[in-house]
Design a protein around this ligand. Structure first.
Ligand code: ZN
Length: 353
């Protein structure tokens, strides 16, 4: 299968390079190198336009991401990365200020996520990478979207946690509109709070997240087991918080539990929000996993027997990213026993756009 693995990648991510920041462009370059070593075929994304992004995100957020740097540069402080100094924390949620500072505080969750001159271009390209990979899933059993910036902390109307647009959610909604029934499994070290919120009241997209206990770790305010969805989406959210000390055996047990829950809702597609910040020693995460642990993780994911879209999220320990990805891809290949997973739908007739 290795020669057949499509990997979607856009060099535009390099244009978003915040100073002294965990989400460095080198992360994705390391992963790309490993994917090429595995024998993957690297493909350029198409351009699906703004519509599939606007289907998941608020118009005000999209306008802010596109204009914030330029508007900020006109302030007397001069050009610099745009970031809020106040936050609309439980205050008049419906009102949006005309002021750039007011808008930043309205649409942002933290001060970890600066808007640079080309941040929008990078975020837009990252979403197109996810959409292109989603489309490729109509012809391939496993596709890797090498997205950066990451996406799973971005809400309908909030950016934060290094995330601007929620790549996995955009891909999931796009697939659902085309008759697929995707489930999202988030295995990043941090809870996928944005993804959970976007689908919280929807029954059609099951969201399961395996993450460090938010009582101890970012994003602190969601990811608890009693968050199970609401309204029509009641029961379609599953959170499995884990201790930071979780070792490989305990992690694999939790993963199997998560996959059994995913299997029970009978999705026809698995979208994996893939983080490598569960690796021991990650500077912004770190459980007790070695790169080799991603091999049995890959086997377990493939054993679900559904087409898989991998969407890259976090992972900040540069030297460990390549070995972990190689182990994951090896595990995914092994579990199919050399036999390809069968795509359950005919190829998508329409091209991008
Ligand atoms: Zn993370």
């Amino acid at each position: 299968m290795s020669g057949l693995l499509p990997v979607y990648y856009s060099p535009t991510h390099q244009e978003h390079a915040p100073d002294a920041h965990a989400d460095a462009p080198a992360r994705v370059e390391e992963l790309l190198r490993a994917a090429v070593d595995f024998g993957a075929s690297v493909r350029d994304p198409g351009d699906f336009g703004i519509e599939p992004i606007a289907a998941v995100h608020a118009p005000g957020l999209l306008a802010l991401l596109q204009t914030a740097y330029r508007r900020f540069a006109q302030l007397k402080e001069g050009p610099r990365p745009a970031a809020p100094d106040t936050f609309a924390v439980r205050q008049s949620a419906g009102r949006v200020s005309h002021n750039i500072w007011g808008q930043l505080g309205h649409y942002c969750t933290d001060n970890l996520t600066p808007i640079l001159p080309r941040t929008w271009d990078a975020a837009y390209a990252s979403a197109q990478v996810a959409l292109s990979a989603a489309q490729a899933l109509f012809d391939a059993p496993l596709v890797y979207a090498l997205t950066r910036p990451p996406g799973h902390h971005a809400y309908y109307d909030l950016y934060g946690g290094y995330c601007y647009l929620n790549n996995a959610a955009i891909a999931a909604h796009w697939l659902a509109q085309r008759g697929r029934r995707p489930a999202i499994l988030d295995i990043d070290y941090h809870h996928g709070n944005g993804t959970q919120a976007i689908f919280y009241e929807r029954a059609d997209i099951f969201v399961c997240s395996l993450h460090a206990d938010p009582a101890d770790e970012y994003p602190y305010y969601s990811g608890y087991p009693d968050e199970m969805g609401a309204g029509a989406g009641e029961g379609a959210t599953l959170n499995i918080p884990l201790p930071q000390t979780t070792d490989e055996a305990a992690y694999l047990r939790a993963l199997d539990w998560a996959l059994a829950a995913v299997d029970a809702v009978a999705p026809d597609t698995l979208i994996v929000s893939l983080g490598f910040d569960t690796l021991a020693g990650d500077p912004h995460g770190g459980m007790g996993l070695t790169p080799a642990a991603f091999r049995p993780i890959g086997r377990s994911l493939a054993a679900l027997g559904r087409p898989i879209l991998l969407v890259q999220e976090g992972g900040y320990q540069l030297g460990a990213l390549g070995p972990a990805l190689l182990a994951l891809l090896a595990g995914l290949s092994e579990a199919t026993g050399g036999r390809e997973l069968v795509a359950t739908h005919p190829p998508e007739p329409d091209a991008a756009g």
